[in-house]
Design a protein around this ligand. Sequence first.
Ligand code: ATP
Ligand code: MG
Length: 342
Amino acid sequence: MKFLVFSVIFVLATLQGALAVVISSPTTQYEVNQPLGHGTYGTVYHVTEKTTGQVYALKEFQDSPLYCRCGRTEARLLRLLNQNGAPVPKLIESFENGDQCHLVLQFMSKNLLQYQREQSSNNHRLSLPEIRIVARNTLLALQVLHSNGYIHSDIKPENIMVDDSETFDVKVIDLGSARHVAHNQYYDLQTLHYRSPEVLLHQPYTPAIDIWSLGLMLFELATGYYPSFSFDSDTPMQQLNNIGNVFYPDQKEILRELDHLLLDENTLPKDLPFRLTQIANLLFSTQPNFVAFIPAFFESIEDTPPSNALLHLITQMLMPNPANRISAEKALKHVFLADPDN
Ligand SMILES: Nc1ncnc2c1ncn2[C@@H]1O[C@H](COP(=O)(O)OP(=O)(O)OP(=O)(O)O)[C@@H](O)[C@H]1O
Ligand SMILES: [Mg+2]
């Protein structure tokens, strides 16, 4: 009987060994354990380095020159951020097999969306100390990127990693779609839910678009995705309407223009760029009114002491006019981050 059990384990182990997928770099080999995430750019795997047994996350980009270029950008920016001590995973090595780019990264236990989903006993809200760490670390990474002329361009919970095994640590990932400010003529950036008004309105944009996404994300972490205050839409025009309804509830002209734009959406009018610029001028010259926003914030956290300082920081990040939006550098000095009692 003992012999039989031993034989079965041996056969299984041999089979597993034979089936194990290995990715080779110029210096070592990584055994693939399981996929951690799959996105536009490729797949991220949990891997074990064969000689040391150390575990890492290995991001394998799609096998094409275009995606390989994104991989090289991500590796270059990760090195820049690592050198500056910014909170991003350590880049262990990067290598290419033909047109396929690979990045070996410090492993982090889960992304922020997964972490938020786990907080079901607290209505999917994070605590104030946790929100402070998310805000500070994301801003620290953005500050290095922005001061070097780069925009992350996809700040959202799936692109923020959390390690809660000992302390609560937070790092920014996914720099594959980061771009230099000089290349700001394309509008196919940012996940729709976190897309800034200037990108939706096809206006020139700056690193301030990352701050908009962060402001919305912090609001959702604090309120647990407050149901009646959601920007979730299927199209950019719907998204613009939602932003209008939340921030300009008493501005009839803005709401009428946005509504007409939504109605005309399927006819694709030739004068769309002109109309978008007109609406941008109107929107950006009108002070937003946070009447819907502020009660939403406080109602959702009635059982915990609400933080005025956090609400103030979020509203500064969610200024529809990018010129009035707080910068990463200034936000890091905001009272919510500077003073843990706020
Ligand atoms: N260092 C890491 N440690 C652990 N898991 C990771 C790490 N990096 C990425 N992941 C997981 O893989 C997922 C996808 O990673 P990433 O965002 O870098 O890839 P992507 O292909 O650019 O994704 P998308 O196109 O969806 O934005 C992350 O949301 C996360 O769950
Ligand atoms: Mg991603």
